[in-house]
Design a protein around this ligand. Structure first.
Ligand code: BDR
Ligand code: CA
Length: 314
């Protein structure tokens, strides 16, 4: 039976690659893609979700959810790595932004419609999930599980010395989700950074004549250029595709039960994830955290998935 998932994301190049994989993967049905603020502001995130779905035109179109935000944020490193539009300055004009419901409503309605059935794959800041829980607290017992990109066990961040981007952008929401009773798997930076894709990935992308290939041949080379220019790296991380794979093929990952929380205040540590790993900890275990992955197999699975997306979108 295909698993039914909601993808909540802030596209973002790695989010968009994860969407390419998910929208064509026969093992899952993506019932909704909801936009959240993060790599780009609310309006751009909503546009990007629609642009990606229109460009890829998958066999089944998911519902879309619109990001909303009171303030529009812009983080330099996100702009540098993803481009000002989040998609490597793709420059595609969607005809018109569809009328979409707010993401937290789309999530709440979908979960209520199918209690116990849906997995949420959260690839951006956890704002929408926290809002949905706030709107309807009973949802926490109706979501099958959440798999999320975020945090760092060793405390080495990417947006600041201590914080991972998604937790930094909305630490209050991350804390609310971490503290909720939902079954959770966290895919932290320690693991997503284990897999560095080399430049020759470009030569293994699907043909540009396919819809997925055409899109990927724009965003992936952009990412390689940006990582070289801004991080001095000759390869790229595709964090959110790794998190998606942790949901799809958990046998390629090793997890440990942990007691985790998020710092919401610190001057230097806002958004830092903290795990109580004392021998006599007094925090309760509240999530599975991915601590290791089969680098070669996960890379192969991602590349296979992209190839398949190409074959399905000629
Ligand atoms: C996360 O930060 C974002 O920029 C990426 O899309 C990913 O979700 C990794 O820290
Ligand atoms: Ca993301």
């Amino acid at each position: 039976m295909t698993r039914r998932v909601i993808i909540d994301c802030d596209p973002g190049i790695d989010d968009s690659i994860a969407l390419c994989l998910a929208l064509f993967d026969p093992r899952i049905e993506v019932v909704a893609v909801t936009a959240t603020v993060g790599n780009v502001d609310a309006h751009q995130a909503s546009r990007n979700v629609q642009t990606i779905i229109e460009m890829l035109d998958p066999p089944r179109w998911p519902r879309m959810g619109m990001a909303r935000s009171d303030e529009d944020v812009s983080i330099t490193i996100a702009r540098e790595l993803h481009g000002t539009d989040g998609l490597g300055n793709l420059g595609v004009q969607i005809s018109e932004l569809h009328h979409q419901h707010p993401s937290d409503k789309v999530i709440a309605d979908a979960v209520r419609n199918e209690p116990g059935e849906l997995t949420i794959i959260a690839l951006g800041p956890l704002t929408n999930i926290a809002r949905a829980l706030n709107r309807d607290p009973d949802l926490s017992t109706m979501i099958d599980q959440i798999v999320m990109t975020g945090g760092s066990v060793q405390g080495i961040g990417n947006v600041s010395a201590a914080a991972e981007f998604n937790c930094f952008m909305d630490p209050e929401s991350a804390r609310a989700v971490f503290r909720s009773p939902i079954t959770k798997t966290l895919v932290p930076l320690d693991v997503t950074r284990e897999l560095i894709f080399p430049f020759d990935l470009v030569s293994r992308l699907p043909s540009q004549t396919s819809r997925a290939g055409g899109f990927l041949h724009h965003v992936v080379p952009y990412a390689f250029r940006a990582y070289r220019q801004h991080l001095g790296l000759e390869g790229i991380y595709i964090h959110d595709a790794v998190a998606l794979m942790a949901a799809l093929q958990p046998e390629l990952f090793r997890t440990e039960e942990m007691a985790g929380d998020v710092e919401t205040q610190g001057e230097l540590t806002r958004g830092m994830t903290i795990f109580d790993q004392r021998e006599h900890r007094d925090w309760r275990i509240n999530m599975d955290v991915v601590v290791d992955l089969d680098v070669i197999e996960v890379q192969a699975a991602i590349e296979r998935g992209l190839k398949y997306a190409g074959q399905q979108s000629v």
